[in-house]
Design a protein around this ligand. Structure first.
Ligand code: C2E
Ligand code: MG
Ligand code: MG
Ligand code: MG
Length: 283
């Protein structure tokens, strides 16, 4: 962060703390405004059954439709929100958008399970279950159609507190998925002790499993472990047919990735579904 204290007296330009803080503060103010001006939009990426490619559900992924900069991905603003309390407002907002959309689909006759990403700070917020319950009720969505995606690092940040929050979410009837499985610095004990339903194996293993034998072994073992514990497995980041075939051979349950569909706005998802109904004859 700062060149101070590194010794040696080498003069190199570093933005001063003031400058960095000022930029961060103005970005935060913009993001706060984005919430009230409804500039955050959700895109939805399909999760399909590995065998028959039938739509299983969607993952909701946030984007910022910035008035000058265009559509920004979560990497460009979620970490900023996470570094302040704004992540709580953002998460409430995201839950309303995503659960609201799933409620609309349900009223249109389609029960589409939806997954929403929950940041560490929100998992450790004991009011999260109340928020989730209230949003589900106002959208008229059964809790069983909602999966919350959390990370291993969130659990390890405070195992006691996460257990408390997860137990209350389980009591509501929502499902819990471990996102980016295999990348965290974690203990296996949480797989035994916490109410978890789904493991999402990280893209870094999936993308190299064809060709890299160590990645293949890790994926194989993760699927096996998950199944023996009664969990559903999801492979993230499937980009080609060979990987899809390998995952089918390993009995993976669900896949998600560019091969099947990119994250897209709700209207595009409609077209994506229609196209598949016509070309694949699946329902
Ligand atoms: P994630 O939850 O692991 O989401 C999967 C990411 O992988 C998404 O990136 C998705 O677009 C990308 N992806 C999916 N399939 C493929 C593929 O085949 N190839 C490649 N290269 N990438 C693929 P995205 O949308 O940029 O999101 C990045 C991360 O930002 C998410 O990772 C999640 O951790 C976070 N995020 C997204 N939306 C939200 C949100 O609403 N709230 C919070 N707290 N975090 C979010
Ligand atoms: Mg996710
Ligand atoms: Mg993931
Ligand atoms: Mg990932």
């Amino acid at each position: 962060y700062s060149a101070k204290g590194s010794g040696g007296g080498i003069a190199s330009y570093q933005p001063s703390m003031d400058e960095t803080d000022a930029r961060k503060l103005s970005r935060l103010a913009e993001l706060r405004r984005a919430l009230t001006e409804n500039e955050l939009v959700m895109h939805y990426q399909p999760l399909v059954d590995v065998g028959n490619s039938k739509l299983h559900g969607v993952e909701a992924l946030v984007r910022w439709q910035h008035p000058e900069e265009g559509l920004l991905g979560p990497i460009e603003f979620v970490p900023l929100a996470e570094s302040t309390g704004l992540i709580h407002d953002m998460t409430r907002h995201v839950l309303r958008l995503a659960i609201g959309q799933a409620g609309e689909w349900l009223r249109a006759g389609e029960a589409v399970p939806i997954s929403v990403n929950i940041s560490t700070r929100c998992l450790l917020d004991v009011t999260l279950p109340d928020t989730v319950e209230a949003v589900l009720a106002s959208a008229g969505l059964p809790a069983s159609l909602l999966t919350l995606e959390i990370t291993e690092s969130a659990i390890m940040a405070d195992p006691q507190r996460s257990r408390e929050v997860l137990s209350r979410l389980e009591a509501l009837g929502t499902r819990i998925a471990i996102d980016d499985f295999g990348t965290g610095y974690t203990s296996m004990a949480y797989l035994r002790d916490l109410p978890i339903h789904e493991l999402k194996i990280d893209r870094t293993f999936i993308s190299r499993m064809v060709g890299e034998s160590k990645d293949a072994i890790i994926v194989h073992t993760a699927i096996d472990l998950a199944h023996r514990l009664g969990l559903t497995t999801v492979a993230e980041g499937v980009e080609d047919e060979n990987t899809m075939t390998a995952l089918a051979d390993l009995d993976c349950d669900l896949v998600q990735g560019y091969l099947v569909g990119r994250p897209m706005a709700a209207e595009q998802l409609r077209d994506w579904l229609d196209l598949r109904l016509n070309t694949l004859g699946v329902s």
